[in-house]
Design a protein around this ligand. Structure first.
Ligand code: HGY
Ligand code: MN
Ligand code: MN
Length: 414
């Protein structure tokens, strides 16, 4: 089989980056926004150009299939996402979609037989930025996303997922018959940028992911008493912001002191009301994002946090309301697939190391449906979710070579 072409990968990366709501200020492509629909249409056309059989499901997930010689066998999937965080980078998710397309192009052009159908997929809404819940396309495939979630989960502008999909003209009313995905899948692979600097520090071009951390996401509302910044003594305040600040610091303390090797705690979004310099805030809304590769460590931190927040609130005379948005379980990647990936990397003289993924991915959810493997390519300075996110296309190409060889091997396993 030939080697992946940097030129082709670069053309796709540049082609899709035209669909961006914040050109010059990073990439912003929220799920089901006009930029996301245009980018999906672009990818669909490029898949058709490759001669893939392209289909789309009610959530807008795309499937670009290369039929196998035994089409009744369960297929091998690869793919990732095309939506981004606000002002994010142009490689998060995209690297995996285009690596998958290039891998199928190489296999098709090689003429080498593959019994199982191969499919490169685009999963809708991997980022949680728009609707507060991550991986909605792959989550629907697993049956964990329910029809009522489409009505209940709303964007900051108040639009429901259902209405956002409807506005795209996708068949969202066929949700109940489409999900969960009924057919067996033999294996799922995903190439992704590392979004950390371990590979770069080790001077390696490839990571074999052994485990994927899962997120627990909370929305927290603290209510105190809004009043005058000058007229209220320090003793008489019920300051919602200071209570929230102590809660944020407590999340950091618990995460830092956790025994778990892979645990993180982040407050990424804060609203202070009324947000005026001379008014003691009466209400603060903030998000909590906890990750770990150990379900019990994550649970322990979550329970400790709830207790701590109740104590802080009662000591400070404010109320606190915690809403659990999602509480996903971490996933260990399939050991046989990891072995096969290491073997193919060695055969291609691509040095690699095992690595745990701090970020979640669609693969975390697809682990409900099939055995999963992931490949990481280096992120410069470990930066991601930022306009300075950068991965060398040559590294994506080498990862694509390993992906293609591994998919071909899986496609001929019985
Ligand atoms: O937040 C994450 O882990 C992923 O990059 N969406
Ligand atoms: Mn991301
Ligand atoms: Mn991603």
């Amino acid at each position: 089989m030939k080697r992946a072409e940097v030129r082709q990968l670069q053309a796709w990366l540049d082609g899709v980056d035209r669909f961006n709501a914040t050109p010059g200020e990073g990439t912003t492509r929220g799920v089901y926004t006009p930029e996301d629909v245009a980018a999906r249409d672009y990818v669909k056309k490029e898949m058709e150009q490759l001669g893939l059989t392209v289909s789309q499901d009610p959530m807008g997930n795309l499937f670009g299939e290369l039929p196998g010689t035994d089409p009744e066998l369960a297929p091998v999937w690869t793919g990732s996402h095309i939506d981004t965080v606000p002002n994010g980078g142009k490689f998060d998710g995209l690297a995996g979609v285009f690596a998958g397309m290039e891998a199928l192009r190489l296999i098709k052009e090689s003429g080498l037989p593959h019994r199982r159908t191969l499919s490169v997929n685009v999963y809708s809404g991997e980022e949680m930025s728009r609707f507060g819940i991550c991986c909605i396309g792959s989550r629907a495939l697993t049956g964990r996303l329910k029809a009522e979630d489409l009505q209940e989960r709303r964007s900051p502008e108040g639009q429901s997922i259902y209405d956002a999909i409807k506005d795209c003209g996708y068949e969202v009313d066929s949700f109940d018959e489409a999900y969960p995905h009924k057919k067996e899948i033999y294996a799922s692979l995903e190439l992704h940028i590392e979004q950390n600097s371990k590979l770069e520090k080790a001077g390696l071009p490839l990571g074999i992911v052994t485990g994927i951390c899962a997120p627990t996401n909370l929305s927290v509302v603290v209510k105190g008493v809004q009043t005058h910044a000058g007229g209220t003594s320090m003793a008489d305040r019920r300051d919602a912001f200071m209570a929230a600040a102590e809660m944020a610091a407590e999340l950091e303390r618990l995460a830092r002191e956790s025994k778990s090797a892979y645990i993180t705690g982040t407050v990424g979004h804060v609203e202070v009301l009324p947000n005026a310099a001379n008014v003691i805030p009466g209400e603060v809304r903030f998000t909590v994002d906890i990750r770990s590769v150990s379900a019990e460590d994550k649970d322990e931190l979550y329970q400790a946090l709830r207790k701590a927040y109740d104590n802080i609130a009662s000591r400070r005379g404010v109320s606190v309301e915690i809403t659990l948005l999602n509480h996903d379980k971490p996933l260990l990647c399939d050991e046989a697939i990891c072995r096969l990936l290491r073997e193919k990397a060695a055969a291609l003289a691509v040095p690699c190391m095992d690595i745990v993924s701090g970020p979640y991915h669609d693969s975390l959810l697809l682990g409900d449906l099939t055995k999963v493997g992931m490949l990481f390519v280096p992120s410069r300075d470990g930066i991601s979710h930022d306009r300075n996110e950068w991965t060398d296309t040559a590294d994506i190409a080498r990862g694509t070579d390993v992906l293609a060889e591994t998919m071909l091997a899986l496609a001929n396993e019985l």
